[in-house]
Write a protein that binds this ligand. Structure first.
Ligand SMILES: [Zn+2]
Length: 230
């Protein structure tokens, strides 16, 4: 079942490794199929070198394995809760990519400092609150999604398709698993640039808001004009 989607999720997971966003097995990509209400996700702890398309696990939104012999990623409850809360999402990617994780560990959001950021993210990339002791002890992965939801209050993960989980790492989002993958790549580049720009000029706070809006709306929203006519 969902063979085409399994292939796409497999490809996205392999691309994370190829793009250098994942060390060892520290990452996972998933996709949500709204027609069946099912999610395809990477299996837990399988080395990329031996991972196969058939290893992708199909689960329902309650976490029951519908197809697959391997255990799904240990982060599956985080993905599932986010698909429930934001049903417009079709893809989620989690990594411990280096520069984004540096910001997550420093508990700092990433302020927009240039048009690379503005082209993809409508505002700063948020960092979550710390998790409580109770949240860590009880259904930790589910509560990881809860602090992510709180970080998106007043906005939406399709408008700012990345978040930094404090003392952990980034999650990125998309209208497809490929788009979530692209946002993971962009996020890493934006984090790298922001870190170095702030090192060169510690007084930097945020880019010009009009320039930010101009670039974001050029690619998104009702009057987007970037790229080729569809
Ligand atoms: Zn992680």
């Amino acid at each position: 079942m969902l063979d085409a989607l399994k292939q796409r999720v497999f490809d996205a997971n392999m691309a994370l490794k190829q793009e250098g966003l994942v060390v060892l097995t520290w990452g996972n990509a998933s996709a949500y199929d709204p027609e069946t209400g099912l999610v395809v996700i990477k299996p837990s702890g399988v080395a990329y070198a031996t991972m196969k398309v058939e290893d992708m696990v199909v689960v329902d939104l309650h976490g029951r394995v519908v197809e697959g012999v391997l255990n799904p990623s240990s982060d599956t409850p985080t993905h599932l809760r986010l698909y429930q809360r934001f049903p417009e999402l079709r893809g989620i990617v989690h990594t411990h990519s280096r520069w984004a994780t540096v910001f997550a560990q420093a508990a700092q959001s990433i302020a927009p400092l240039g048009t690379t950021h503005a082209d993809y993210f409508e505002g700063p990339i948020p960092v979550t609150q710390a998790m409580s002791q109770a949240q860590i002890d009880d259904r930790y992965e589910h509560h990881t999604a809860i602090v992510i939801e709180e970080a998106f209050e007043g906005t939406h993960p399709l408008n700012i398709p990345a978040v930094l989980v404090k003392e952990h790492g980034p999650f990125t989002f998309g209208k497809s698993v490929e788009e979530a993958l692209m946002h993971a790549i962009v996020l890493e580049e934006v984090a790298f640039m922001a870190y170095h720009a702030k090192t060169l000029n510690p007084l930097l706070t945020s880019m010009d808001s009009q320039l930010h809006k101009k670039h974001y709306n050029r690619k998104h929203g009702a009057h987007a004009y970037y790229g080729q006519k569809k």
